[in-house]
Design a protein around this ligand. Structure first.
Ligand SMILES: Cc1ncc(C[n+]2csc(CCOP(=O)(O)OP(=O)(O)O)c2C)c(N)n1
Ligand code: SF4
Length: 484
């Protein structure tokens, strides 16, 4: 009698990468903390994708939160959405590609705080997507702050004396809330606490995906998931805490199940009516295109600039980029302007990316700029190493003491803040710099800047000063070149 085991009991799902090559550092382990529920849920979802044969057509929408890097792990289509917006992104994908299986994977901060309206309306519209909602009663990624699902009395970094429900309300019960809506087809709450509950979670994950495969409508599985690190517990203790404390507030169970009676529903295929689109866009104010854009006398090395413009928030970095893009647009070029906002805009470094091209621009993101315009020292330090060999660096020599260390790039030091102060307002240093850049490269002339300024500057009393600043920039670069 043969005792050979034909199938290995444990096998790695194909729907998870075997090696996480997108991940920096250790590519054989996930970035999750020991005892975290995210990894367990990833495995349950991946196994279900394998067994249901849907890997090739699954699109996984990762949220913001500890699972922001879902795309490191899932071997399928991946999209990362802004905080709370995964249901909207999933809606768009599903409508554009009705045959795909779309998963929205979200934490409680993501789904039940910043994205409350997103999930509510996606569920109410009955979007035929599947949502996996990881409820760990805290904001894991950002340091364990209070979430809408935090339990009364639970201590978090923002409720150090315990959540006070008098002031902050009761925990939001998402499964209960959504199950009273008409459209959702299947809603269940499960837990990753012990073998019995993990098996129930496995079943629920499969059922939710099957609901989508059968085109029956919206499905959601809420997963009570330990977060040992932010709860400041050992993994085993965190599991017990989930059972002892979360089950009372969030009882596991099926909250809605219409999978038997719901009919398969096939939405009409989306159609793209090109004529209609042209009609709509034709009606919008557009720049009159005079024909193909022309580089004029601009030397080849300055053509097709891919620019990084960086400085302190408040130095007019973003405006520099937007104005340049505006001039390019008026000269019939294809342009993109991509600002990088963030806490930087309140004191650190801020930057924007600008591309001016005769061709349509594939990506507005500039990672290896041909031109760097640095308004302060930290920006020069940060971006100097990534400028392309043969590229151009302009820097504000009034504020930047250090030298450019690269010897394979062209360098133009512009005392932009000094000239602006001479004109009576340090804020126009950005326009001095723009003038210097345009004169140096021959990209656009002073009158081109003038026309754009007139169109975009709201404060007409500033126009004269702005023009003077641009003119001083042009003059500086002319003199610098003559003096070389
Ligand atoms: C628009 C926006 N607001 C705030 C943040 C900061 N932020 C990042 S993750 C997070 C909370 C995530 O918590 P949760 O969704 O519960 O996921 P977990 O980390 O617990 O898995 C917050 C507030 C952000 N990235 N974007
Ligand atoms: S902080 Fe919490 S949710 Fe985030 S990876 Fe660690 S255990 Fe998981």
């Amino acid at each position: 009698m043969s005792t050979t085991v034909e199938q290995p009991v444990l096998k790695w799902p194909e729907s998870l990468y075997h090696k996480f090559e997108r991940k920096p550092g250790d590519q054989l382990a996930t970035h999750y903390c020991p005892g975290c529920g995210h990894g367990v849920l990833h495995k349950l979802i991946a196994e279900a994708m394998d067994d249901l044969g849907i890997r090739e057509r699954t699109i996984f929408v990762s949220p913001v939160g500890c699972s922001v890097f879902g795309y490191y792990y899932f071997n399928c289509g991946n999209v990362q959405a802004a905080h709370g917006r995964a249901p909207a992104v999933a809606t768009g994908i599903k409508r554009a590609r009705p045959d795909s299986i779309v998963i929205s994977y979200q934490g409680d901060g993501d789904l039940a705080a910043i994205g409350t309206e997103n999930i509510l309306h996606a569920a109410n519209r009955g979007e035929p997507i599947t949502v996996f909602f990881v409820n760990n009663a805290t904001y894991g990624m950002t340091g364990g702050q209070m979430a809408p699902t935090t339990l009364p009395g639970q201590k978090t970094t923002t409720s150090p004396r315990g959540r006070d429900s008098e002031l902050t309300g009761q925990p939001l019960k998402v499964s209960e809330l959504l199950s009273v809506l008409t459209a959702p087809v299947y809603i269940e709450r499960v837990a990753l606490t012990d073998a019995k509950h993990i098996l129930a979670a496995r079943k629920a994950v499969r059922k939710a995906l099957q609901t989508q495969i059968d085109r029956k409508g919206f499905s959601l599985v809420e997963v009570l998931s330990p977060c040992p690190v932010q709860w400041k517990m050992e993994p085993q203790e965190a599991k017990e805490w989930t059972t002892e404390n979360m089950f009372g507030m969030f009882p596991p169970g099926v909250y809605k199940d219409l999978t038997k009676e719901a009919e398969a529903h096939i939405r009409p295929e989306p159609s793209l009516n090109v004529e209609k689109v042209k009609e709509i866009f034709g009606a919008l104010p557009s720049y009159e295109r005079r024909g193909a854009p022309d580089w004029g006398h601009t030397p080849e090395k300055y053509q097709e600039p891919q620019m990084k413009i960086a400085g302190f928030g408040g130095q007019g970095v973003l405006f520099f980029g937007a104005l340049l893009a505006n001039i390019g647009l008026r000269r019939d070029f294809h342009v993109t302007w991509l600002p990088a906002y963030g806490p930087e805009s309140r004191g650190g470094t801020a930057n924007c990316n600008v591309v001016v091209s005769t061709e349509q621009v594939a990506s507005p993101l500039v990672t290896d700029p041909s031109v760097l315009v640095a308004f302060n020292g930290p920006s020069l330090e940060k971006f100097e190493p990534v400028v392309r060999p043969g590229g151009l660096i302009l820097y504000n020599s009034t504020l930047i003491d250090q030298q450019v260390t690269r010897d394979d790039v062209e360098v133009l030091p512009v005392p932009a803040s000094g000239i602006a102060e001479e004109l009576g307002d340090g804020k126009v240093a950005n326009l001095v710099m723009l003038g210097a850049y345009l004169q140096w490269t021959g990209l656009f002339r002073e009158e081109h800047v003038d026309a754009a300024l007139e169109a975009v500057i709201k404060r007409k009393d500033m126009l004269e000063l702005d023009r003077q600043a641009v003119a001083r920039g042009f003059a500086f670069a002319r003199e610098f070149k003559a003096g070389q």
